[in-house]
Design a protein around this ligand. Structure first.
Ligand SMILES: Cc1cc2nc3c(=O)[nH]c(=O)nc-3n(C[C@H](O)[C@H](O)[C@H](O)COP(=O)(O)OP(=O)(O)OC[C@H]3O[C@@H](n4cnc5c(N)ncnc54)[C@H](O)[C@@H]3O)c2cc1C
Length: 323
């Protein structure tokens, strides 16, 4: 029996564990894949927008050559913190079910070999993030293997017809990288422009590529159908356009997987998927169940590592007072 099970070994799950550990509270982190799996899924060459100091957890310094870290540097930092602080994490343990007993919880997990395990804890912290569950377009062909929801690198698409769907940072960065890797890129976005609300340093490059016709931009358009050799989009004035296509990157955002949280009674705002929780203690509407990190922001994109890394401080304080 642990005092606490933390579900999710992302940056905010790890920082919560550090806070609990500091207060002598017993815990285990159950992570369904690798440690900081959402960072693993980021583009291989990515440099984070946040400066390194704003991604630190547990006051452990993160010194990098440039002011902003690369994906590789950030992965290494969280790995070293996990090891040096001897965090109690069980990777590749997906929590599938939670049952409430009188004064505790029983959690079922499954690993990639199909082996199930049981854990017991007095309290739970959900630090499950939102990046496991890509938003879908709801169109025919979306299930084809050529349609991908995470962008890793561009070289593999050299000489290929690639459509990128979306208009925020991830889509714009992928479209630029694909173009520079020799792909023929179409960028499909439901808005009028992709030049607003993105990282400032992307704007001149993107503007130039669109204006020179290097990337074919379809504004105010949505994807209508995908098949093995083309995509059909619906453009302004309900005009359908068929584009030859080998690969699709659908990068329109992510939404939390709410099923597990709902299964024990956590409620959500139906529009934003922001869960109900106390802003001081981060306790959800379910007694002894807490929320940490990006999951607290639903689909609002208002919570990042920068702020989510501090949630564990309040949570550990509250849990200490209950033990
Ligand atoms: C391309 C990109 C760039 C970004 N740049 C920045 C940036 O510059 N600055 C910044 O602050 N943020 C940035 N972010 C956001 C940042 O990556 C996330 O905010 C961060 O990963 C959230 O941390 P978290 O611990 O709350 O959730 P996550 O890191 O998503 O961790 C949740 C973990 O829970 C696990 N999990 C989920 N369900 C279960 C289950 N049932 N059982 C067990 N484990 C489970 C997942 O596998 C995952 O590892 C970026 C994100 C992306 C995609």
């Amino acid at each position: 029996m642990y005092d606490v099970v933390i579900i999710g070994g992302g940056p905010c799950g790890l920082s919560t564990a550090l806070s609990l550990q500091e207060k002598g509270i017993s815990y285990v982190i159950l992570e369904k894949e690798a440690v900081v799996n959402s960072i693993v899924n980021c583009p291989l060459d990515m440099r984070f927008y946040s400066t390194s100091d704003r991604l630190e957890i547990g006051n452990i310094p993160f010194i990098t050559k440039e002011i902003r870290p690369t994906r590789t540097e950030l992965l290494k930092y969280y790995r070293v913190v996990t090891e040096r602080q001897a965090l109690n994490i069980k990777s590749f343990q997906k929590v599938t079910e939670i049952h409430r007993d009188d004064n505790s919880f029983t959690l079922q997990t499954i690993n990639p070999k199909g082996i199930t395990s049981t854990y017991n804890a007095r309290m739970i912290v959900f630090a499950t993030g939102i990046f496991d569950n890509p938003k879908k377009n709801g169109v025919t062909g979306e299930e084809l293997s050529k349609v991908m929801y995470y962008y890793k690198e561009g070289h593999s698409y050299y000489g290929q017809n690639v459509a990128v769907i979306g208009g925020k940072n991830s889509a714009v960065e992928a479209a630029i990288d694909l173009y520079h890797s020799g792909a023929h890129v179409s960028l499909v976005h439901r808005g009028e422009t992709v030049l607003q609300g993105i990282k400032p340093y992307l704007i001149p490059d993107m503007r130039n590529l669109i204006e020179k016709g290097k990337i074919t931009f379809y504004p105010q358009s949505s994807i209508k159908e995908i098949d093995s050799t083309s995509i059909t989009i619906r453009t302004l004035n309900d005009h359908d356009v068929q584009i030859p296509n080998d690969f699709v990157f659908s990068l329109i955002g992510y939404r939390p997987d709410v099923d597990l949280l709902e299964s024990i009674g956590i409620t959500f705002d139906p529009l934003t998927l922001v869960p109900s929780f106390n802003k001081d203690t981060y306790e959800s509407n379910v007694h002894n169940v807490f929320l940490a990190g990006v999951v607290t922001g639903g689909i609002t994109n208002r919570v990042y590592i920068e702020d989510g890394r501090f949630h564990g401080l309040n949570i550990a304080e509250e849990i200490r007072s209950r033990l």
